[in-house]
Structure formats: structure tokens, C-alpha cells
Design a protein around this ligand. Structure first.
Ligand code: FE2
Ligand code: FE2
Length: 381
């Protein structure tokens, strides 16, 4: 990532030095000297007054005597180093004599440098200048670090916003695919005796079987949305065959069976997982576990699992639904039929899965949503 950063270079702005001393003549001496060197100054006669002025004006450096009334130089230094805002302001302590203990104490509380009285002006100038160079560098490093942090925060926030947008687009896309599936399934219903309730039930049964088989959440969801399209190919079956009451002739049966391959071609050409699965289901839901189904007479695990799931769910629903020519079977009779067909018509594992999920299957049949659908269909007829 390329980040525009402020350059670190020496500052040519005028620096301010706070001078703290209880002896007025010393204050004047330092003030005149530092102003001659090109610095602005502020002055205070003790640590307490200095602290107030320093907090108000934020000078670049503090030059402080050690022995003062109210608050001495050590206490002032300690207060400055203990405060977030003034921690990085360099402090030079001015001591009366070359006292080793005083120097050690000063170092312990964080003083940056020392000057011994009487103060040599060249030494004062050199020490002040050196500390200000370090301070400028620190200040600019802080700006640079803050700039980097801001930039990282901004880019992270941009990235998060993009992820949120992508997720929302994905949800929208999923929604429109599901909507298309619903419409295609409805179109197929118009050509057949199957009802909206059948499509709803068999897709929910398929979901329950997929879940009972322990398939992943994504696959279970895709099974729910792809299974309604199992008979979409009936759009291409002529009415005289689709609506024929009597037994189909062998030629008519061939045309009828082609709803599987027609469904496949309607759903082909997309690499969206939902449509890939829908195509698999449409093409293979009439294959039998023993190879006696259609259209390709494939067997066992050659048949896509999703199609084996839908085969069980679709037949279960046909059995337990009332038709013109038959009453609705009980769940027990339907389960017995599925068990008898396990290993011939049906994948035994899928039959086991639906039997294990008996409560969920009943819950779908008894659900309010299903009851409302049945009522709506009754009102239509
Ligand atoms: Fe079918
Ligand atoms: Fe069906």
C-alpha cells in the first residue's frame, strides 16, 4: 500500500523555552541569552507558576532551577514527565554545584539534561539546540505515526464498507435467483396437476432429508431452493400427454419422461451453485437406485445425492396427498412404502434419513404456513 506521508525534516519555526528560577537576575540572564539565540521565552518564579504557564502555552523546552520555593525543580520535572501532554517536553535542570546525588535524582525523575552554575552560555546554547532537534524529530515522528494510523483506519473502514456492500449484493443476488426459481416452478405448475402446496412441501421435505443426512448448511439451503424445479421440464410436455387421464402409450411415456432432460436443458449454462444443483435434480429425480429409472438408467451413487433426496421427498408427498384417483396415505403407510422401496427405487440412506426425521416431516405438514396454503387452494377450486 502506498501512503502519502508527511516528510520528517528539521523544523525552522521559532521555539519557545520556559525559564523557571526564583532569582529575578537569573531569569533576566537566561531570558536575554535565549532570546539572543533566537528563541521565544516565557518565565516563572517557581515550579507551581511554571506548571500553570507550561500547561497553557506548551513550550518546546523547560529550563528550570532546582532549589525554589512552592515547588522545586525536581517536583516540576516529575509533574511534567507524569503528564501525557508534557511528557515529551525536554527539561534541563540547573543545579548550584556539581552535586552527584542531585544529578542522579534528576535522572531518575526523567530530566533530559543538566547545567551547572555558573552557566556557560555556549554550553547552554548547545544543550538547548540538541534537545530541540530531538524534540522536533519526536514531534514529527508522532505526526507521521498518527498519519499512518489514520490512513490504516480509513482504509480498514473502506474495506469493511466494501465487504458489507458485497454481502448485501450477494444477498440481493441470492434473492433474485430464488425469486426466478419460484417463478419458473410456478410456470411448471400451470402445466400440471401439481400445486403450489406440493412444491412447497416437497422442497421442505427435501431440506429435512438433507439436514438429517448431516449435509452442510449451505447445501441444505440450496436443496430447499433447487428442489422446487424438479419438474420444470414439464413446461415442454404437450397437454394431451400431461393432462391425459388414462394410461400413457409407450411413445407417450417416452415424451412424458423427457421432462427430465428438458428440465436439464432449461437449467443448463449457469455455474451458480443453486442452478447447477437444480439442473442435477431436474435431470435425475426419476433415476432409481437399482438402475431401473429414467432417463439414463444410472444407478446407486452415480445418481447425484440431491436427486436421490428429492426422489424420496417427492414420492413421499405424492403418497400422503389426496388425488382424484386415491385418498391420502397415512405417514406410517407412506414410510412403509419408502422402506420397501429402499435399495430398489430409493437410496436406503435417504430413506433412513426421512424415517429419522419423522417429527420434522409432521411439523411441515402441520405448520400454519402449510395450512394457509391448503386453504388458499381450496378457495381457488
Ligand atoms: Fe418429475
Ligand atoms: Fe413433484
Amino acid at each position: 500500500m502506498v501512503v502519502q506521508t508527511p516528510a520528517i525534516e528539521s523544523s525552522d519555526r521559532q521555539h519557545t523555552v520556559a525559564i523557571v528560577d526564583d532569582i529575578p537576575s537569573n531569569l533576566t540572564y537566561f531570558k536575554e541569552a535565549l532570546e539572543t539565540f533566537g528563541y521565544q521565552t516565557i518565565t516563572a518564579e517557581n515550579g507551581k507558576e511554571a506548571l500553570e504557564k507550561i500547561m497553557a502555552t506548551m513550550p518546546d523546552l523547560v529550563l528550570s532551577d532546582v532549589n525554589m520555593p512552592e515547588m522545586n525543580g525536581y517536583e516540576l520535572c516529575e509533574a511534567l514527565k507524569g503528564t501525557e501532554e508534557t511528557r515529551d517536553v525536554p527539561v534541563i535542570l540547573v543545579t548550584a554545584q556539581d552535586d552527584r546525588d542531585a544529578l542522579i535524582r534528576g535522572l531518575e525523575i526523567g530530566a533530559d539534561d543538566f547545567l551547572i552554575k555558573p552557566v556557560n552560555l555556549s554550553e547552554l546554547q548547545a544543550r538547548v539546540r540538541n534537545l530541540l532537534i530531538i524534540k522536533d524529530f519526536r514531534d514529527q515522528s508522532k505526526v507521521y505515526t498518527q498519519h499512518l494510523e489514520d490512513e490504516v483506519a480509513r482504509r480498514t473502514s473502506d474495506l469493511n464498507a466494501a465487504v458489507v456492500e458485497l454481502k448485501s449484493l450477494n444477498v440481493q443476488l441470492k434473492g433474485s435467483i430464488q425469486d426466478t426459481i419460484q417463478r419458473l416452478s410456478t410456470a411448471a405448475e400451470y402445466r400440471d396437476n401439481d400445486t403450489a402446496a406440493h412444491i412447497w412441501r416437497m422442497s421442505h421435505y427435501s431440506k429435512v432429508v438433507a439436514k438429517s443426512l448431516g449435509l452442510s448448511r449451505d447445501i441444505v439451503e440450496n436443496v430447499l431452493y433447487s428442489s422446487p424445479m424438479h419438474d420444470v421440464g414439464k413446461i415442454g410436455t404437450p397437454d394431451y400427454i400431461l393432462l391425459k387421464r388414462g394410461k400413457l402409450t409407450p411413445d407417450e411415456k417416452k415424451i412424458m419422461d423427457a421432462h427430465t432432460t428438458i428440465g436439464e436443458s432449461i437449467l443448463s449454462g449457469s455455474d451458480h451453485p443453486l442452478l447447477v444443483m437444480a439442473r442435477e435434480v431436474a435431470g435425475n429425480h426419476h433415476e432409481w437406485w437399482n438402475g431401473e429409472g429414467y432417463p439414463r438408467k444410472i444407478r446407486g451413487e452415480e445418481i447425484p445425492l440431491t436427486a436421490r433426496i428429492v426422489a424420496v421427498a417427492d414420492v413421499y408427498d405424492a403418497l400422503t396427498t389426496k388425488r382424484v384417483y386415491k385418498e391420502a396415505w397415512s405417514i406410517d403407510d407412506a414410510f412403509t412404502h419408502l422402506e420397501e422401496g429402499a435399495g430398489t427405487h430409493f437410496d436406503p440412506t435417504c430413506v433412513g434419513a426421512i424415517l429419522d426425521a419423522r417429527d420434522d416431516i409432521l411439523a411441515i405438514q402441520n405448520s400454519t404456513e402449510h395450512q394457509q396454503m391448503l386453504k388458499a387452494e381450496e378457495n381457488k377450486t
